[in-house]
Structures are given as structure tokens and as C-alpha cells.
Design a protein around this ligand. Structure first.
Ligand SMILES: O=C(CO)[C@H](O)[C@H](O)COP(=O)(O)O
Length: 229
């Protein structure tokens, strides 16, 4: 049997999510390859007359939306967002808790999702797990100042952190921070880990998105699955 084309599954989930968007909404625009399909579909609907305003979660997404004619929030405006549509690296079946941040945009993504009435997560079926953990590393955004000390603290917690590198240099997020990718076999107590990490000096934000997803739309080879919290 040939492997399914992940892009087709991601696009199907994205198009289904954008079907929820209505005139007048303020929409959080996620980051990553699945969110890119959502922006493309939003752009198509805007060209056909849909009136929305987008709030990008990263500079990459801001550029993409601008290039595709999706109207963006003006600097200084701060409305409540109706809906955020974003991808994920892991989705825990049952709780719909997430791991996000492989694309390095977790801080903007978490701020935007937290300011939204609803978050629809769009994924292909490879992202669904029974328990958050080893499928992908857990990204933790840390300030660049003294990052070695912060990485040492993460190591002391047994989280096996690796500073994310790009072309041999530390990755720098939109906010000017670094990311430590933590290799955890199983996250048994996600809320406890989130609280522990958030209390560490030097940690800015974690890629654990707990209780934020209202709906997860999963692209599967045999169709779409919709999971509600
Ligand atoms: O959290 C993210 C970026 O920081 C992305 O949403 C996540 O990595 C999923 O990416 P993709 O849609 O390309 O699989």
C-alpha cells in the first residue's frame, strides 16, 4: 500500500476549518504547512467577498497573509478574536491537549490562541497520539541571555533538552529568544509539567497547549474526523 500524501490530508482539514469562518470575524492565523493551506483557502474566500480580519501568529504567517491579500489587524487594535485556526505537532486523543512549536512560533501561537473564543486545530492523522510525549520533542522557548543555565535546569528536571540550531547557530524566535527541544518519553502529568516549566527562571513559554483547542479537524485517508472538547 502506498503512503498517503500528507499534504492532501492537511489541505482537506484546513479547508474544512475555514468553512467555519463567517463575515465579520477576527481570525487568528496559525503557522506551519497546514496553516498555510488555511491561509490559502481564506485568501480564496476573501477574493470572493468574505469580510474578515486576520491576526498572524508569526512574521512568516504575516508575510504569507499579506502576499495573499488577507486583511490583517491594524497595529494598536486589540479586539477579542472569534476563532484561531492552527496546526499542531501532537494532539492527545481524549483531552485534545497539544504539543506545538516545531515551527518555532509557539509564543505567538499561544498568545493568539489564548485571546480567542475558539481554537480549531488542523492536522493530518499522523499527529494523533494516545498520550503526549515521544512523538516529537516538546519545544520550550527560553531567553537567550544565560541560556546555558536554563538548559541546565531543564536537564536537571530530566527533560533531555537540546538547544535548537539552524545552520549550526541557535535558532532565534520572532521575539528574539532561543528554543530548547525537550525529549520526553511520556508526559504523564501535562498540567504539572507546564506549571513546573513556567516557574523556571529563563523559561518564556512552553509548547504545551492545554485546554485551548475546542475542535480538532483530522485529515485521514478515508475522510475527515472532527473531535470536540
Ligand atoms: O506549532 C507549529 C509551529 O510553531 C505548527 O503548527 C506545527 O509545527 C505543525 O506544523 P505543520 O502544519 O507544518 O505540520
Amino acid at each position: 500500500m502506498t503512503a498517503p500524501d500528507r499534504s492532501i490530508l492537511k489541505r482537506a482539514a484546513a479547508v474544512r476549518a475555514v468553512g467555519e469562518v463567517q463575515d465579520g470575524m477576527v481570525i487568528g492565523l496559525g503557522t506551519g504547512s497546514t496553516s498555510a493551506f488555511a491561509i490559502e483557502e481564506l485568501s480564496r474566500r476573501v477574493a470572493a467577498g468574505l469580510k474578515i480580519v486576520g491576526v498572524p501568529t508569526s512574521e512568516r504567517t504575516r508575510l504569507m497573509a499579506q502576499q495573499q491579500g488577507v486583511p490583517l489587524l491594524k497595529p494598536g487594535d486589540r479586539p477579542r478574536l472569534d476563532l484561531t485556526i492552527d496546526g499542531a505537532d501532537q494532539v492527545e486523543r481524549g483531552s485534545l491537549d497539544l504539543v506545538k512549536g516545531a515551527g518555532g512560533a509557539l509564543l505567538g501561537e499561544k498568545i493568539v490562541a489564548s485571546a480567542s473564543d475558539r481554537m480549531i486545530v488542523i492536522v493530518d492523522d499522523s499527529k494523533i497520539v494516545e498520550r503526549l510525549g515521544k512523538a516529537t520533542p516538546l519545544p520550550v522557548e527560553i531567553v537567550s541571555f544565560g541560556w546555558r543555565y536554563t538548559v541546565d535546569r531543564l536537564t536537571a528536571l530530566g527533560l533531555r533538552p537540546h538547544l535548537r540550531l539552524v545552520d549550526g547557530k541557535p535558532f532565534v524566535s520572532d521575539a528574539g529568544n532561543h528554543i530548547a527541544d525537550c525529549h520526553i518519553d511520556e508526559i504523564a502529568d501535562a498540567a504539572g509539567l507546564e506549571a513546573e516549566l513556567s516557574s523556571l527562571v529563563g523559561v518564556v513559554e512552553t509548547g504545551l497547549f492545554l485546554g485551548l483547542a475546542s475542535t480538532v479537524i483530522v485529515g485521514r485517508p478515508d475522510g475527515i474526523e472532527v473531535m470536540q472538547r
